[in-house]
Write a protein that binds this ligand. Structure first.
Ligand SMILES: [Zn+2]
Length: 300
């Protein structure tokens, strides 16, 4: 029975739809059909995809290069320097006192023609000044001793002061000179103090002799001046010139000889007589030389 009812219902519905459709087709009507078909909210959760890249950590290990230096072991052996000191042998020599006895050369110049003798020695020792009587001297005469003393006092001051403290002036005929000359000389310069027999070191070292014969021939002063010039020459024998040479030697070479040097000095000091020199006039160069000689070698 239900089945017949359902069938009748369906047939009725179909009949109804068919009739409606024919009606709609003949009467178009705008129909708003809003079908509400449930409210379904679908929440889609955001998919968070986290891609974790693989972390590649490259660790560059520091290259440690260990260079093992070759170990050089230098063993410095202690240097042992053995210095062999020279053997110093100190020999204490015995104190030897050597007394050098200077060789004394005595030069005796004899002028046969001029009757004048010069006895020179190169001794450099200091001669003591003689003080005493002349009467015991070999050849002493004495008749003109006071006259001679007066002439000595009248010598130019410069010349006299250069010699008077050292030299003695004897009026006599020097016996040794007379022997070798074979007659009495006018004058003698005797630095050595020569005895009649030729031996030396008598009391009349550094003596000027002027004989009676010289006075008798009016040559007393000229002879005194010449012999005193020898004395000055001798007393300055150790005088050294700026070149380190003996000025006296230079003078003897300059004038030609000791005798010519004495003659030049005699003229220099006012003499007007020469025993050996050819003239009694000094050239300017000669006077200049003597000026320098006196200034260099004489104290006053
Ligand atoms: Zn002379």
């Amino acid at each position: 029975m239900n089945r017949n009812l359902t069938l009748v219902t369906v047939l009725f519905i179909v009949l109804f739809i068919g009739v409606s459709y024919i009606y709609v087709l003949d009467n178009p009507v705008e129909i708003n059909i809003q079908a509400t078909i449930g409210n379904t909210t679908t929440t889609t959760a955001p998919v968070t995809t986290t891609t974790t890249a693989p972390v590649t950590t490259t660790t560059t290990a520091p290259v440690t290069t260990t260079t093992t230096a070759p170990v050089t072991t230098t063993t410095t052996a202690p240097v042992t320097t053995t210095t062999t000191a020279p053997v110093t042998t100190t020999t204490t020599a015995p104190v030897t006192t050597t007394t050098t006895i200077p060789t004394t050369t005595t030069t005796i110049e004899v002028s046969q023609e001029q009757e004048e003798v010069t006895i020179n020695t190169n001794s450099e020792e200091v001669t003591e000044i003689y003080e005493g009587e002349f009467t015991s001297f070999d050849g002493f005469e004495g008749e003109n001793q006071l006259r001679l003393n007066e002439l000595v006092a009248s010598l130019p001051d410069e010349l006299r002061k250069s010699v008077e403290s050292s030299v003695i002036f004897v009026n006599g005929c020097h016996s040794y000179a007379a022997t070798i000359l074979e007659r009495c000389p006018f004058g003698v310069w005797d630095s050595a103090g020569t005895f009649a027999d030729g031996t030396v070191n008598s009391k009349w070292k550094l003596s000027v002799w002027v004989s009676n014969k010289a006075f008798a021939n009016n040559r007393g002063y000229d002879t005194l001046l010449h012999e005193t010039s020898h004395a000055l020459s001798y007393l300055t024998r150790n005088c050294i010139n700026p070149e380190g040479e003996k000025k006296r030697i230079e003078a003897q070479e300059f004038f030609g000889s000791e005798e010519l040097f004495a003659d030049a000095l005699a003229i220099y000091y006012g003499g007007d007589y020469a025993y050996y020199r050819e003239n009694i006039v000094l050239q300017d160069s000669e006077r200049e030389f003597l000026d320098n000689y006196i200034a260099l070698c004489c104290d006053n």
